[in-house]
Design a binder for this molecule. Sequence first.
Ligand SMILES: [Zn+2]
Length: 133
Amino acid sequence: MNPKTALQLKKELVTKQKELLNLQKLNQKLEGEPESELKDMADRSDAEEAWFTKERMSQHWKHELSQINTALYKMDLGSFGVCEECDSDIPVKRLRVRPDAALCLNCQESMERELGPTQRIIRAPSPTAESLH
Ligand SMILES: [Zn+2]
């Protein structure tokens, strides 16, 4: 990946990270204030619905944040945007959708063919002695 693109992506990720942190803060603030609009809702199911939406959003933000943190961490290490399997560049388009992508599309696809599409790929940080044999 050329350095200009990398810098642009990093800027985008940092901006997104800030947005997400702000959203989370806002969310926590609402939780901390009993006088929030949630309490004023006459209909209980509405309040529950709002609570579930809030929970779902908060899970979603956490997930996105962790992806961004992984990506920024890898940028510092210099391994961002490089496939862990074949060392080729991961397309920027793919990184915008999945900033923490560890594999290029080819490797991802062949991995999914091996494991089945529903299998989540969990990569160990480093191979253990046993797995090398
Ligand atoms: Zn690859």
